[in-house]
Design a binder for this molecule. Sequence first.
Ligand SMILES: Cc1cc2nc3c(=O)[nH]c(=O)nc-3n(C[C@H](O)[C@H](O)[C@H](O)COP(=O)(O)OP(=O)(O)OC[C@H]3O[C@@H](n4cnc5c(N)ncnc54)[C@H](O)[C@@H]3O)c2cc1C
Length: 425
Amino acid sequence: MTTESLHIARLGSTGLDGDMPTEVLQIREQAHRFASNVMRPLAASLDRMSAADVVREGSPIYDFFAEVRKIGLVDMAALAQEAPQMQAMILPVLLEELGWGACGLGMLSMARDFTKFAALATGSQEVIQRVDDGFGCFLATQPDRGSDAIDHLCLNSFPGARLPIGNLTVKLDGSDYIVDGQSSAWVSGAPIATCGIAYAACDSDGGFYNEKGHLNYIGLLVPFDEPGVSKGPPLEKLGQRPLPQGAVFFDNVRVPKDFVVAQLDQAHRELEVALTFAKTIVATAFVGVGRAAYDHALAYVHERRQGGVELIKHQGVQARLFGMWRNLEASRALTRRAVSYHFGPHGPHGLGGITAKIHSTESALQISIEAVRLFGAYGLTHEYPIEKLLRDCMAALIEDGENNILGLNAANYLSQAFRNAGGTA
Ligand SMILES: Cc1cc2nc3c(=O)[nH]c(=O)nc-3n(C[C@H](O)[C@H](O)[C@H](O)COP(=O)(O)OP(=O)(O)OC[C@H]3O[C@@H](n4cnc5c(N)ncnc54)[C@H](O)[C@@H]3O)c2cc1C
């Protein structure tokens, strides 16, 4: 061994990783190959298409799901069979690779299964079969209830304010529920979904509000082939373009009681768990996005020459590159810690999901901005992959809750925990 080789850090594709079980390493390698060979080229072509073309019959987006099914990589039901500690190791490793390949497609492949897990909670074989082969989506927000829907526990509602019922309501009618109104236009996967889980204000005979003035909630599954369900056009947006969004409309849709997943306090609990996992999915996927931006920048500064040498030879560039690396490592470590808490004895809790989501998405944005600047003007062109990552990050700051209001929610959790512990230092 030479003196020089003694100084070379031995890094895997995911940085300062210590030991990992063989099973996890195999999943990481398989996911990496898939992300590199299938996801990146597919996402690059979907990114250039109109929102309508992305979801049209024959679109490459359907090739993605065919490939996912073929390799059986993103199988949430199989993952749920693993021991909790194993799930906590596999999930962030798998999602980082999918995020590194194409965050929109990675998150879509996870979000589509939310309905399957919700169906299990109903305990009804008919419901489970009805949504089993379907493509699910998650309807939490409405045109007039954006942050309000995410902050459903009213942690940051103005004291004394009465929040609106919203644009989607559910009413008990005999042994059925009647769903009426619409979701927001931001429901991920809605344009291609065959069913959804909706959380909305419900009147089960006692009105839409409880005695505290908060909304009575219900979570229920709705198959989209029921009479009265229709969809809005897919939304044109900045970033994450392979992840299509759209509104779902309900015109007095009749849903049997069996399709109810949870009501009242239980509905808030279930919604909170779903939102916590959704934020964790975003957090882990955006560790992958930050890494993709770092990887591109690392390669580029070893190629591009200015001032007579490769960019990496300039101390100013070295300092910037190290800042990106440090940010990425911190983001990965924090996200894995939050996932580990979710699967541990005290989890899941929204505080972990929020902390990881905010840190990971804000870090990915900072890393992507620095990467674009290191590429110089080339970073702005469609010819290079960097500008897409920057756009993807912008969408992540808002999805599953805009980061500022999420931070306020988290501060509430911290204060609650302090008071609960007796309120002394
Ligand atoms: C890519 C993407 C995917 C999405 N996928 C889904 C999905 O699958 N299902 C779904 O239901 N929704 C989805 N959404 C919607 C998303 O959850 C909302 O956009 C988000 O919660 C913010 O709501 P809003 O856009 O209505 O902004 P608003 O709620 O109008 O907020 C505007 C601004 O006001 C601030 N603000 C709001 N309330 C407060 C307060 N009480 N205190 C202080 N500041 C406040 C916010 O922080 C924000 O900066 C998605 C959005 C995006 C961008």
